[in-house]
Write a protein of this length. Structure first.
Length: 284
């Protein structure tokens, strides 16, 4: 066993050794940090995702939004979130409020109760304008194939043959059909959304742009004299116009605040191109 003085000397040497090692590590640290920083700041190639028109999924719900309202099942009293029907617990059909938005009827958005101090509200018990504001381009941008799938699923659960409440099932099925028909068509979808914000496209039935009006009239005349092959060619060209105008409407409704005046003007133009497509189908 070492004397006390020798043990202290050994300990001091050990401490000095640790200090020397720490000093050496500290002196080499800047170089390693510099290398690490150089690597971390090396530019990385970013490949932007290819934009896909009208396939944007439903906007995520914000945590600050009110929770989805519920109502009790008339058969088992289980609280059921709107717009669910039938009841997930007992399978009984549950009526859907008449003032729900078309988007929420198809399960594309959650209904938002109207504030008590809102005064006159065209949406009845629900704040449809606030609800649409949670969706891409205020509900105009939709994934149409997913929309059809949502409609088919709703119809399957509401089919009268599967429910004893056949009258209620038929009424709910009609609601789902109407919601799909309006939202699947870009023209009626735009008109519906604009109407929820107090912009009626029926007030402006005519195209203000003279050149655009002449282009539409020329297309009508061409269609009347076109052969079957020419009709198909005209339909392809017309579909491109429908897509372009629809994209412009989506852009107008995506701004903050939304440019409703521009969207309304484009919706009137879209009405003529959609009408031309319907006329072309009748020629085939």
């Amino acid at each position: 066993m070492l004397p006390r003085s020798s043990a202290i000397t050994v300990r001091m040497r050990g401490v000095r050794g640790l200090r020397v090692a720490a000093t050496a590590a500290a002196s080499s640290r800047p170089a390693s940090i510099a290398v690490s920083r150089a690597l971390s700041t090396t530019p990385r190639l970013f490949i932007a995702p290819t934009p896909r028109l009208f396939t944007t999924p439903t906007a995520p719900r914000l945590s600050s939004q009110p929770s989805t309202p519920t109502r009790p099942c008339p058969a088992c009293t289980t609280p059921i979130p709107l717009p669910a029907s039938p009841c997930p617990s007992c399978g009984a059909l549950v009526p859907i409020p008449l003032d729900l938005s078309l988007h929420s009827v198809l399960g594309l958005s959650d209904p938002i109760p109207a504030p008590e101090d809102m005064g006159h509200n065209p949406g009845g018990d629900f704040d449809i304008a606030a609800e649409l504001a949670t969706l891409p381009s205020h509900g105009f941008v939709l994934d149409v194939p997913a929309l059809r799938l949502a409609m088919l699923r709703r119809q399957a659960s509401l089919h009268p043959d599967r429910n004893r409440e056949s009258d209620l099932a038929a009424a709910l099925s009609a609601r789902v059909n109407r919601a799909y028909e309006v939202l699947a068509n870009p023209q009626s979808r735009a008109e519906y959304i604009l109407s929820q914000f107090g912009h009626d496209t029926k007030e402006t039935e005519h195209v203000a742009d003279h050149d655009l009006l002449m282009e539409i009239l020329d297309a009508r005349e061409t269609l009347e004299e076109a052969t079957a092959d020419e009709v198909e060619q005209l339909r392809e060209e017309n579909q491109a116009k429908v897509d372009d105008v629809s994209a412009a409407i989506a852009d107008a409704l995506a701004t903050e605040p939304p440019d409703f005046a521009r969207a309304k003007e484009l919706a009137v133009e879209l009405k003529y191109w959609v009408g031309l497509e319907l006329a072309a189908r009748e020629r085939l």
